[in-house]
Design a protein around this ligand. Structure first.
Ligand code: GDP
Length: 345
């Protein structure tokens, strides 16, 4: 049987790298669309030893003709549109760019698929950020939407665009409503990776303190390597649909810090409240964690916990990595890098 071709936009990001790895292992021909740049952003693909195993093509997702040309030339069987501005924090500083890249960017891709590759199956990563208020227990596909960030608003526009194109043009297009998913390849501007890289520097005698925002905020965190399997499973179904992908547990930023520090042999205790909270190393009394209002956001969703029962039932998707294993994996990986003197983004 001929190899299936998968096109991944945003292949240089965390999810792009894990998904590419999984698809290569499944025997796909993987094409990765990347923005033109004089320096290619390949550390994540290199970390998974993928650079020679995938085909990188220049793709500007802002440029409609560039998408059309690629779809016509490559006729992919499956498309994973992972490109876009992916940080909630950044979306407060760049709301218009986020609306364009993350919201309209998805619609542009859908339009191109409808015109140039209507038989292809498309995955779109929506986000738990489309929910945010009116939360009563765990959130599933039936919950009301109420985004609390420009990123969430853009993702909701994209979410409905996928459904509209599915209904209007009969595209096989699915939304994964992805709750937070992390890994040693996560971007440094997300809190989990900021914590593990900074603590690793502290453990190795480099950086002195970790400065964070609200420690009591909580997220439903899973492992990106597990979550990309759900993306693939969605495209193997006869009918396209929308699925919450989540761990079903929530943990605070404070719990993440405590566990990551413990995995590096540092026992942290917290004192004080709100902006006055400080984290100390128990053994020495040295202050390691400080809070800054700079990392508080203008608005936040209510604590979100996802209910992935539909994905368990219909996709037979079951994540393998629990919270403790995830934090340990990230902490150990960044400690190793810090010991080797590797600066890694
Ligand atoms: P998000 O859920 O996509 O916004 O993922 P983040 O990792 O950026 O943020 C997760 C939570 O951590 C949010 O509630 C943030 O407000 C909170 N947080 C606390 N301190 C920080 C920080 O220093 N950086 C970031 N990015 N988030 C922080």
């Amino acid at each position: 049987m001929a190899k299936k071709t998968a096109l991944i936009t945003g292949i240089t990001g965390q999810d792009g790298a894990y998904l590419a790895q999984s698809l290569v292992q499944k025997g796909y021909r993987v094409i990765g669309g990347t923005r033109r740049s004089s320096i290619l952003n390949l550390p994540r693909l290199a970390a998974l030893d993928l650079v020679g195993q995938i085909e990188l093509v220049t793709l500007d997702v802002q440029d409609f003709t560039s998408i059309m040309r690629l779809l016509q030339e490559e006729a992919p069987d499956e498309i994973y549109h992972l490109g876009g501005q992916s940080s909630v924090q950044v979306s407060f500083q760049q709301p218009l760019y986020t609306a364009e890249a993350t919201g309209q960017g998805a619609l542009r891709f859908l339009e191109a698929v409808a015109l140039a590759a209507p038989e292809a199956r498309l995955f779109h990563p929506s986000s738990s950020e489309i929910f945010g208020q009116n939360i009563d227990g765990k959130v599933d596909e039936e919950n009301d939407f109420h985004p609390r960030s420009p990123y969430g608003v853009a993702k909701l526009f994209a979410y409905w665009s996928v459904i509209n194109h599915r209904e209007a043009y009969h595209l096989h297009a699915s939304n994964g409503i992805m709750f937070n998913h992390e890994s040693p390849l996560r971007g440094m501007d997300f809190v989990t990776r900021k914590i593990t890289t900074t603590l690793a520097q502290i453990a190795c005698g480099g950086q002195q303190e970790l400065i964070l925002g609200n420690l009591d905020n909580a997220r439903d965190w899973g492992f990106a390597g597990d979550y990309v399997e759900a993306m693939w499973l969605m495209l193997q179904q006869e009918a396209a649909d929308d699925y919450v992908i989540a761990s079903g547990e929530t943990h605070s930023v404070r719990a993440f810090v405590t566990l990551a520090a413990a995995a590096m042999g540092i026992d942290i205790v917290f004192e004080g409240e709100g902006l006055e909270t400080c984290g100390f190393e128990k053994k020495t009394g040295r202050q390691l964690v400080r809070i800054s209002a700079d990392f508080y956001r203008p608005s936040e969703p209510d604590p979100l916990i996802g209910n992935a029962a539909k994905a368990h039932r219909k996709l037979n998707w079951h994540p393998k990595t629990d919270f403790e294993k995830l934090v340990t994996l990230m902490a150990e990986s960044d400690l190793q890098r810090a010991r080797n003197g590797q600066v890694w983004y």
